[in-house]
Write a protein that binds this ligand. Structure first.
Ligand code: IPE
Ligand code: IPE
Ligand code: MG
Ligand code: MG
Length: 295
């Protein structure tokens, strides 16, 4: 087993520890709100995005300690996106990670406010983080992350995703939605560490291509897990996409095509990393985990 793979349980523990601390330090004014925030973050997420950020830091030789506040912030942003994604006005799902979704457990108003608060906590954390590089690099990094979740990223993709229900989109249009709704935040996790040093252009564009491929592969795999799994194992509804006639890859193009596309994107992702030689092994490991995951 590669050394990164061996370190994964330890990294996951470290991420969970930091998430717990950050949540416990946030304002306790409303008990219901704090409980909803904690419930949404600490209920068994795989922590793929923060882990991806650590893997990227290792690949470009940045101290993983320096990126921790940003990795934590990205997980908070991801948690906020899941609360919104499950709301009745969006995917209307009642199960996530094997438990009732945040709005089922705490009500829609508290769930919405918990998502708002997680988003603002993420930005507070990033703004207060100690940054070894210049303040302007820190601002650029925060701005890149903000962009990845806004109308040019996740929110834009989520809007297109809702608009695509009952439509027969072509593969390129579906992949564009996937890149925006899911890929951009994964890309932000991968590119985040590059703000900590002067990275040569070739390596930067390699990371960019890698993140584009693996971000889309991540979402197709998510759809495959839903299309092929059962709710008890995956901890989410297996009817969500089908019942809303979503423009999901397996629904539109079939399981086999979807599997082929994931494999193909994985190969492109790995090929992009050639310029890193041996030092890309942490990112290669994460790519493999993403395409082989069953949850
Ligand atoms: C699920 O993401 C939602 C998507 C963006 C596809 P994850 O599969 O990373 O969810 P958790 O955090 O591990 O539950
Ligand atoms: C989730 O996409 C994307 C975001 C939360 C931004 P899905 O709606 O396909 O993910 P799941 O299946 O509910 O986790
Ligand atoms: Mg959705
Ligand atoms: Mg959903």
């Amino acid at each position: 087993m590669s050394s990164f793979k061996k370190q994964i349980p330890e990294f996951k523990k470290l991420i969970d520890k930091h998430l717990k601390i950050v949540l416990s330090e946030s304002d306790q004014s409303s008990e219901a709100l704090c409980q909803a925030m904690g419930y949404s973050v600490m209920n068994g997420g795989k922590r793929i995005r923060p882990m991806m950020m650590l893997a990227s830091a290792i690949a470009i030789d940045i101290d993983t300690k320096d990126v921790i506040p940003f990795a934590i912030a990205i997980e908070l942003l991801h948690s906020f996106s899941l609360i919104h994604d499950d709301l009745p006005c969006m995917d209307d799902d009642s199960l996530r990670r094997g438990q009732p979704t945040t709005h089922i457990k705490f009500g829609e108003a508290t769930a919405t406010l918990a998502a708002d608060s997680l988003q603002s906590l993420a930005f507070e954390l990033m703004a207060k983080a100690e940054f070894p590089e210049s303040k302007s690099s820190q601002l650029e990094l925060i701005s890149m992350i903000a962009n990845s979740i806004g109308s040019e990223g996740m929110a834009g993709g989520q809007s297109l995703d809702l608009d695509s229900e009952n439509k027969k989109l072509d593969p390129l249009s579906v992949e564009n939605i996937y890149m925006l709704k899911t890929g951009k935040l994964i890309q932000a996790s991968i590119l985040g560490p590059t703000y900590f040093k002067d990275l040569d252009e070739e390596k930067f564009s390699a990371l960019q291509s890698f993140s584009e491929s693996i971000g889309v592969a991540f979402q197709i795999q998510d759809d495959l897990i839903e299309a092929e799994g059962d709710a008890n194992t995956i901890g989410k509804s297996v009817e969500s996409d089908k019942s809303k006639n979503k423009a999901a890859y397996p629904i539109l193009f079939g399981i086999n095509e979807s599997r082929k596309r994931v494999d193909n994107l994985y190969e492109s992702a790995c090929a992009s990393l050639k310029v890193f030689g041996e030092s890309s092994s942490s990112l290669m490991d994460m790519a493999e985990i993403i395409i082989h995951r069953k949850l």
